[in-house]
Ligand binder design. Structure first.
Ligand code: FAD
Length: 472
């Protein structure tokens, strides 16, 4: 291994090869949820695409597998090494350049290690919008967002990371560089390689740069918070919002009462509105191309109609940007409040929106029957049919023991229900290593076989993030 370490130092400079004998690598070796701690042979921090290619070539020559890593905020244990101490983590975080912005073409080309918030800011400085937005945006990277095909809160209007990407630059498992950084919206010249790498979670190659789609900034953006009497009503409100706001509907989040009670309990200073007397609340965002008065008028019209028809029982519209941010902050604090409450079993599922109320009624009842006292933290991006359907130990129970003893059973119950309702066991977080075992039971066998063929063809040595997504 010394020859490999020497080759890595030659490729990126001594200071950018971190080894466990020199320093604690926990920040690179442990996942965000602290579900897994691996051991790396080394963490390598290349500063350019050519350096990434040189690192991959050196590892391929030595037969050593690599784990690409961005912000390490992924939730499915995909970006940390295994426990062998023989994998090289390639951290893209030094590659943060904004390479170019083409305002007329509405595109921005950035390096993979750019933090999402910095990408948003680069667009904003040019008076434009990069709409991908999620709670980890201060630390996740655009490379990681594309590698996981991240979703977030604006998908209902702008789509997920895949829909916001026009071109990629990728280092292949053989250490070649594919320059696909086109800003083209039309290009029918064969297989869509960009879409193959997006969502591949570092198992097919390393994304080093991307050309992203930009949008005009809306003239006004308003946020409302509504109490709804049921999930059926939330789905009804979504339909009405689509009808009345059209493309102005840029956010539609649902939050169950127990999820909000956890925010109230652990962060009382956030002052969660309207949650005590209603099973669900909804957060809506209206982005308007005219002005704030127009946006407010549209929102009031929508909420009046919803109140009249019983889809909403009470609602508030934020009066200022600060109030809007405070409402979004509540939504984004659910995950943290849940962690404060104790370990829990997370599911990131998607379903046809129309079937969500029936799915929840059936699966809530099933879980309560099988594990009495279990607590359901249900929230998510209802506008995209994406629920974070999480399961917490009964009140006062030992959360670690609950996870140890019940995770397998709970996953089986939830994922079987997802299959009955024609959903997906991963909506936006990806497969990582946490869901590899489940995928083989819940994905079409022909699709799995095609995926294995692709993996074998592109990465015959099986050195790119092994153990994640699919085994060849
Ligand atoms: P990492 O965690 O470093 O890596 C994730 C995966 O991508 C790994 O498999 C890694 O090997 C691979 N990878 C990373 N960089 C590259 C690269 N350059 N080339 C090839 N492969 C690479 N996700 C959502 O979709 N929607 C949400 O709303 C959302 N909310 C979140 C909220 C919180 C509080 C947290 C902690 C996470 C949330 N996530 C969400 C999950 C996470 O932020 C996203 O998956 C994010 O896209 C990961 O980016 P990252 O840079 O941290 O990637």
């Amino acid at each position: 291994m010394n020859a490999l370490l020497d080759a890595l130092r030659a490729a990126v400079g001594e200071a950018n090869v971190l080894t466990p004998d020199q320093q604690d690598l926990i920040a690179f070796e442990q996942d965000w949820r602290q579900r897994a701690r691996g051991r790396a042979l080394a963490v390598v921090r290349p500063g350019s695409t050519n350096e990434v290619a040189a690192v991959v070539r050196a590892c391929a020559e030595a037969g050593v597998s690599v784990v690409p890593q961005g912000g390490n905020t992924g939730l499915v244990v995909g970006s940390v090494p295994d426990e062998s101490g023989r994998q090289v983590v390639i951290s893209l975080r030094r590659m943060q350049a904004v390479r170019s912005l083409d305002a007329a073409n509405l595109t921005l080309t950035v390096e993979a290690g750019c933090v999402l918030q910095a990408v948003q800011q680069a667009a904003e400085e040019a008076g434009l919008l990069f709409p991908l937005s999620l709670a980890a945006e201060g630390s996740c990277t655009i490379g990681g967002n594309l590698a996981t095909n991240a979703g977030g809160t604006q998908v209902v209007r702008y789509g997920n990371a895949r829909d916001l990407c026009l071109g990629l630059e990728v280092v292949t498992p053989q250490g070649e560089v594919w320059n696909g950084l086109t800003g083209l919206r039309k290009d029918n010249t064969g297989y869509d390689l960009r879409n193959l790498f997006v969502g591949s979670e570092g198992t097919l190659g390393i994304i080093t740069a991307a050309t992203l789609k930009l949008y005009p900034q809306p003239a006004a953006r308003l946020t409302a918070w509504a109490a709804v009497p049921s999930l059926e009503a939330a789905v009804g409100l979504l339909g009405l919002a689509h009808q009345q706001l059209g493309p102005g509907l840029t956010g539609f989040e649902v939050m169950g009462q127990f999820a909000l009670s956890l925010v109230d309990k652990h962060f009382p200073q956030l002052r969660v509105p309207l949650w005590k007397d209603t099973p669900y609340c909804v957060l809506l965002e209206n982005s308007d191309s005219e002005d704030e008065d127009h946006a407010r008028h549209q929102f009031e019209r929508l909420l009046e109609a919803a109140l009249e028809s019983g889809l909403v029982t009470d609602a508030v519209v934020a009066e200022s940007l600060a109030q809007a941010q405070a409402l979004w902050h509540i939504r984004e604090s659910i995950s943290l409040a849940q962690s404060q409450e104790g370990l829990n079993i997370k599911h990131d599922i998607s379903l046809p929106v129309s079937r969500i109320p029936a799915f929840c009624a059936e699966t809530d009842a099933l879980l309560q029957r099988e594990i009495p006292g279990v607590r359901l933290v249900n929230f998510g991006h209802l506008g995209d049919g994406n629920l974070h359907y999480n399961v917490q130990a009964p009140e006062g129970g030992d959360a670690a023991a609950f996870l140890r003893e019940q995770e397998g059973r709970v996953n089986e119950l939830v994922f079987d229900a997802v299959r009955r309702y024609h959903g997906s066991i991963s909506a936006e977080h990806g497969v990582g290593s946490l869901k590899v075992g489940h995928l083989v039971h819940h994905k079409d066998p022909v699709a799995l076989s095609l995926m294995r063929s692709i993996k074998r063809a592109l990465d015959p040595q099986h050195l790119m993030n092994p153990g994640r997504v699919i085994e060849p």
